[in-house]
Write a protein that binds this ligand. Structure first.
Ligand SMILES: *[C@@H]1O[C@H](CO)[C@@H](O)[C@H](O)[C@H]1NC(C)=O
Length: 117
């Protein structure tokens, strides 16, 4: 009886841990740091878009073309790059101009930053 209770408690704890880890994974995004300058962001934006990030939404007519500024475009590209690299923390660095966050950074209903592929 005591053993069965113990097993149930352990299983409950394991389940909570699994749920916790998977929800963290599902709800992280990679964006720019607020100290990053346009001069720093531009080369990293170009790099992300040419190394796996899906930057089509940043093209004219795309869902994230607006807001049309380097901060929004770089953040979108960083996040897409991060997702395409399996959300590995090291994929969200860009020489210190990127950071992982837990709140959806999407700037509008039109421009959604995905949190998974
Ligand atoms: C990376 O950041 C450091 C310090 O901010 C800077 O001196 C260096 O030029 C940067 N390197 C690249 C490749 O952007």
């Amino acid at each position: 009886m005591v053993a069965a209770k113990l097993v149930r408690s352990v299983l409950t704890i394991v389940a909570w841990i699994i749920i916790g880890i998977s929800s963290i994974d599902a709800t992280t995004w990679c964006i720019i740091t607020n100290s990053a300058t346009p001069e720093q962001l531009q080369p990293h934006l170009d790099y992300a878009c040419s190394h796996g990030a899906d930057c089509r939404p940043l093209q004219p007519g795309g869902d994230c073309y607006i807001p049309y500024n380097i901060y929004n475009h770089a953040a979108y590209a960083y996040n897409s790059f991060y997702i395409h690299r399996g959300k590995r923390p090291r994929a969200c660095n860009f020489n210190g101009t990127a950071t992982i966050i837990f709140i959806d950074p999407s700037p509008s209903r039109q421009c959604r930053f995905p949190s998974s592929l």
